[in-house]
Write a protein of this length. Structure first.
Length: 262
């Protein structure tokens, strides 16, 4: 069965990476959700995609940011939670790109908050936890982030419900050292996917998590011949959903569309 994974909680429908989005994904019968985690200045594992608070989305004292705000890594958890992130500014580029979005009151959650929702779900609800890091100065240290995210999942007794994903394979290698499952993410590939797949196998990954455009029948067959699960991200059109419906998981901002096909 193909798992219906709500990308950032179903970001076309609800404010991304917020508890209302994840709660709706659970209530709608999704099999799980993908989310992004970073470290606050005081070491909290928080759920947010961009390295900076987003302009036109984050607001404080009823005023939206007009340009990218502070870095997540520079804000304490308390300071971060002074920003509201559930109501994009009307007319902003983000609002125009998400016309179906339901605005709600929401702040940046912690990973532990999302795990609590998943644990209380009436049926199994898996979390694809993306370790949001890279080599830029805006990023947390990948090993520190990996250790912190693993520690939260372990402390919450939810390691069996988490698959770690991410583009920074240094962080995933750290997770593999600790024994938790990882699907290694790849960005759009320029050509043959087999070298990337071979590298995932060498790194002891359990899955390949490519951009949907790279999930050709040949590449998927090759990955599966190596013992890997295969999921794809940003599968947002019905045509792509139909084409890729035999994968192990589809990550989509429109989990409602995917649900309507099965």
């Amino acid at each position: 069965m193909t798992l219906n994974i709500a990308h950032r909680g179903g970001a076309a429908l609800w404010p991304e990476n917020t508890l209302p989005a994840f709660a709706d994904a659970i209530a709608s019968g999704c099999d799980g959700a993908e989310l992004d985690v970073q470290l606050s200045r005081d070491g909290a594992v928080v759920v947010y995609h961009d390295f900076h608070l987003m302009a036109g989305v984050a607001r404080k004292d009823s005023a939206w940011l007009v340009e990218p705000g502070p870095r997540i890594k520079d804000l304490s958890l308390a300071a971060l939670r002074q920003f509201e992130v559930g109501r994009p500014q009307p007319g902003s580029a983000y609002a125009q790109a998400h016309p179906l979005l339901t605005p709600v009151d929401a702040v940046v959650p912690m990973l532990a908050d999302v795990i609590a929702l998943a644990k209380a779900a009436p049926r199994p609800f898996d979390l694809l936890v993306e370790l949001k890091c890279d080599a830029s100065p805006d990023s947390a240290d990948p090993l520190e982030l990996a250790d912190a995210a693993y520690g939260v999942a372990a402390a919450e007794g939810f390691l069996s419900g988490v698959i770690f994903v991410g583009f920074d394979w240094r962080a995933l290698a750290r997770i593999r050292q600790r024994g938790a499952p990882c699907w290694f993410t790849t960005d759009r590939l320029a050509g043959d996917a087999r070298p990337a797949i071979d590298a995932i196998v060498k790194a002891d990954g359990q899955g390949w998590f490519p951009h949907f455009s790279d999930a050709s029948p040949q590449s998927v067959d090759y990955a599966r011949s190596k013992g890997l699960k295969v999921g794809a991200w940003t599968v947002n059109s019905v045509g792509d959903m139909e084409r890729l419906k035999d994968l192990d998981a589809l990550c989509t901002v429109r989990p409602d569309l995917l649900a309507s096909l099965y």
